[in-house]
Design a protein around this ligand. Structure first.
Ligand SMILES: Cc1cc2nc3c(=O)[nH]c(=O)nc-3n(C[C@H](O)[C@H](O)[C@H](O)COP(=O)(O)O)c2cc1C
Ligand SMILES: Nc1ncnc2c1ncn2[C@@H]1O[C@H](COP(=O)(O)OP(=O)(O)O)[C@@H](O)[C@H]1O
Length: 317
């Protein structure tokens, strides 16, 4: 999939595509339905399929720190969208100039002049342009003048509710990971590179790989049974996502202890699949009390996965 970073990187050869527009945060099953329609239309018309996303997401631009935690970074979106066979990802920088475009200007300057859109597939609640004044009806009207067609996709429901990034965030916050998996079509996962930590984990027999999250604010907190993908191979383990009050941590961190594993992981790229919530994070009176609790967490996670008990746990390196 071709990644086009910014409108200024659109060239004449990009003219004439089947397009959809949105944040696609989480790339959940509602998004997947839109994307598969997009792909089907593109194939039918013999044109490339293109997805327009925004960076930052508009709410992050307007609300800054008050914007909800992201479900996926651009990199995660790229991978999820590419895996559905889409040809192009156009990442538009959402800044003041862009935010000031009226709905009509967005249609004329971007959709028509820059992209020569031939077909547009959008969700049924799509709004765009200054004050969110543009909608499906306006696009249909403009399409008649500029020679493109517009298709609106229906709402995808889960438990009688519209599958949305907000519904997903709520399910993640409440630890309803089975619901999350149904809405995503796969377990919720976080990827990142292993960074160095305080080297305390190994002293209590639980080395924990610290995943560098950069600026990602993770929408979950607590202790979880997880699967870990390292270079295509699946492992099991327990993870903590939080501030680590016992050791006076100051920023949210993701740490994972991998069962029956002893290799050096520093610098490696891991994918952590969050499968089941075990408990909330707590402040323990001592490091020994934390160690006892982590031993119990590990046992519980092994049981949840149906793995045999560890012969000796903790298993320091
Ligand atoms: C399964 C698991 C559960 C954890 N639970 C807590 C917790 O409830 N409270 C806490 O302060 N830290 C918790 N931690 C984080 C530990 O404080 C952390 O792993 C330890 O400080 C080692 O840090 P290091 O990797 O930087 O050496 C947990 C870690 C794991 C692996
Ligand atoms: N079973 C394991 N689970 C997680 N990390 C492991 C494991 N075995 C070895 N390691 C290595 O040990 C490191 C974690 O040890 P730890 O003492 O917690 O150090 P740090 O504070 O740097 O994370 C990991 O980054 C990884 O390289």
């Amino acid at each position: 999939m071709e990644l086009i970073r910014g409108i200024h990187n659109l060239h004449p050869e990009h003219a004439g595509c089947v397009l959809t527009i949105g944040n696609f945060d989480g790339v959940h099953r509602g998004h997947q339905a839109v994307l598969s329609r997009l792909q089907a239309r593109a194939q039918q018309l013999g044109l490339p399929s293109c997805v327009m996303v925004f960076e930052p997401q508009p709410l992050e631009f307007f609300a800054r720190d008050k914007a909800p935690a992201r479900l996926s970074r651009l990199r995660d979106k790229y991978e999820a969208i590419a895996s559905l066979g889409i040809d192009r990802l156009l990442c538009v920088k959402f800044d003041h100039t862009f935010a000031e475009l009226s709905a009509a200007q967005f249609i004329e300057q971007i959709l028509v002049r820059k992209l020569s859109v031939r077909f547009l597939v959008i969700g049924d609640d799509f709004r765009f342009g200054l004050h969110r004044s543009g909608d499906f009806a306006l696009l249909v009207e403009a399409g008649k003048r500029h020679g493109f067609q517009v298709l609106s996709t229906d709402t995808l429901l889960h438990d009688q509710q519209r599958v949305s990034s907000t519904l997903l965030r709520e399910a993640l916050r409440d630890g309803r990971l089975a619901d999350v998996e149904l809405m995503l079509g796969h377990p919720y996962s976080i990827s990142g590179r292993v960074a160095h930590g305080a080297k305390l984990g190994r002293t209590i027999g639980f080395p924990t790989a610290n995943i560098h999250l950069k600026r990602l604010v993770v929408p979950i907190q607590g202790v979880y049974a997880v699967q870990i993908l390292i270079a295509g191979k699946m492992h099991f383990g327990v993870a903590n996502i939080g501030f680590r009050p016992t050791v006076s941590g100051t920023r949210s961190q993701l740490e994972v202890h991998i069962f029956d594993f002893k290799d050096d992981l520093y610098g490696k790229q891991l994918q952590i699949r969050v499968c089941h919530k075990l408990r909330d994070e707590q402040k323990f009176p001592s490091f020994t009390a934390l160690q006892t609790q982590i031993t119990a967490d590990a046992r519980q996670a092994r049981q949840w996965f149906g793995l045999p008990d560890a012969s000796v746990e903790p298993d320091g390196i």
